[in-house]
Write a protein that binds this ligand. Sequence first.
Ligand code: SF4
Ligand code: SF4
Length: 352
Amino acid sequence: MLFRVFSRYELPRLFDIFSAAARVAGPVLLEQGAKGPIFGYRDIERFEELRLDHTITRMSAKSFFLPHKEELASFSIDGESWEKSNSLHVTSPVILMGVHPCDINALNKLDKVLLKSDYPMPHYAARRENTFIVGHDCMPEPGCFCRSMSTDTVQHGFDMFLTDLGDKYFAEILSNTGYNFLDGIVTEEPTEDDHRLFRDKAERRNSTFAPGVDTTDLNKILDMEFQSDVWQKWGERCFSCGACAAVCPTCYCYGVEESVGLDMKSATKTRRLHSCNLVDFARVAGGHNFRPEPHTRMKYRYYHKHRGFVEAYEEPLCVGCGRCGDSCLGGITVPEVIQSVRTEEFNARTQA
Ligand code: SF4
Ligand code: SF4
């Protein structure tokens, strides 16, 4: 890894260099919500739109790589002949700016399943290859528990990572392309003072985290507590709306739909992200539903993320971003569920 520092006044120039090379996307202010500003990733035309001071975005960077809905193939029939068309939907390269450590770590987790497994997903792989990621440091928000999930810092999965040191940026560079981009602006070798500023920033950030949640031996505890009453109690609060999976940067379950045109001359195959909390997730042909009740589906979600994935990949499928808790109509948050399973006590903090 290479380190450089550059003045914050160089950032607009770097943005211009990015814009000349590719489509640029990053966090922008979407609207002022009741609880504060709401940010989201969008294409960016002008540097002034870019909000590197953003709080957690409503949807994560996952949407650039694994969209909610995507056509996989289309078919057309003409008399005796037929044609199939399938596209990876990859156009120009994308430079994605301002991605926080948790969201880069989420992509690294998705990579294990969608890129590096025996059956990689070509659409995801093509976009991952085609995207240059510029990470950015952040300050923890009340709902963040990334530190408990060991995803508060990131070591790989980006091309360049910027830490805001006040009047300058500290850049970590992981790719040749990143290094070449920085060649277009004035940068310097970091000095001992820059190293100290970097360490001070890390210490300030670490002291801002809320206590978090104890995940020690969580996969084993989940094994022990499969029949615990707390699942039933949390399930009673779940509306099975699927919002938690929709906003989650690590959820990747999907369904494939096939639809045939009324004229019987065309058809499409579409992938749509699914949620294990939706009532039909475990319904099979013949109508049997393996998880008919909300608590069985919710339990499955936690067992996949904090037990099954840990057994397969030695890490949980959760980065502690807190988005699911923020969007849950039932007020269900991951730290509270984990804590209640550990203690076998239904957490009363959000109890109605
Ligand atoms: S967002 Fe909350 S209420 Fe909706 S499915 Fe997820 S846990 Fe249940
Ligand atoms: S489960 Fe919740 S906290 Fe964990 S990564 Fe998904 S949205 Fe974030």
